[in-house]
Design a binder for this molecule. Structure first.
Ligand SMILES: Cc1cc2nc3c(=O)[nH]c(=O)nc-3n(C[C@H](O)[C@H](O)[C@H](O)COP(=O)(O)O)c2cc1C
Length: 176
């Protein structure tokens, strides 16, 4: 875990759907109150990434070079995995608990992809929950996007990530 890093630049290689299947299955082992499976994952490859860029532009209202730049954002990786919080009606498990499980799936999937040798970066942006982006993903009223895992090959010669260590004392306290 100490060596984990996100990869903002990746190559055009990407895991196949068959390669993704066991990773999605393993990510489902996340702690999940009531086993509601309150999440789903959507693959975006090829020109569906252009459609996402167009949805960003529509949401932004931008034109000209700024719009072209925004439209190109989803093209930074060959595969985007949309992480969707899929809220299930429940008297016992509140929405925030379900969203915590869905976010856990995003993190686990990111770690599993990293472990399998892929470059991954979880990205969102100000248009993540906009109407055009919702519609493109076919979200139901009960669903919300948590962003996308941008996935691709790790470029040759890529250096290990160097991250400042935290002081665990700042993050771990005890009630006494
Ligand atoms: C829900 C979520 C959304 C994120 N959205 C973005 C984003 O849009 N842009 C960005 O630069 N980093 C975003 N990040 C952070 C990166 O994924 C990454 O963690 C960060 O760049 C630090 O790099 P590291 O993971 O190698 O420490 C997001 C992380 C999470 C969990």
């Amino acid at each position: 875990m100490q060596g984990r890093r996100s990869h903002s630049k990746v190559t055009t290689d990407a895991p196949t759907r068959a390669e993704l299947m066991p990773l999605v299955g393993a990510a489902a082992r996340v702690a999940d109150h009531g086993a509601l499976r309150p999440w789903r994952v959507i693959e975006l490859r090829g020109n569906t990434r252009d459609l996402l860029g167009a949805a960003f532009v529509e949401a932004s209202g931008l034109g000209g070079p700024d719009a072209a730049k925004l439209a190109g954002k989803p093209l930074r990786a060959p595969l985007l995995l949309a992480i969707v919080a899929r809220r299930v009606p429940s008297d016992k498990v509140e929405v925030w608990e379900q969203d915590a499980a869905a976010a856990g799936v995003g993190h686990l999937l990111s770690l599993l992809l990293t472990d399998a040798g892929w470059g991954v970066m979880w990205r969102t942006g100000s248009h993540t929950r906009s109407r055009p982006v919702r519609e493109l993903h076919g979200l139901r009223n009960s669903e919300e996007l948590l962003g996308w895992l941008y996935v691709g090959g790790i470029p040759p010669g890529c250096k290990p990530g160097v991250r400042l260590p935290i002081d665990p004392n700042d993050h771990l306290s005890a009630l006494d």
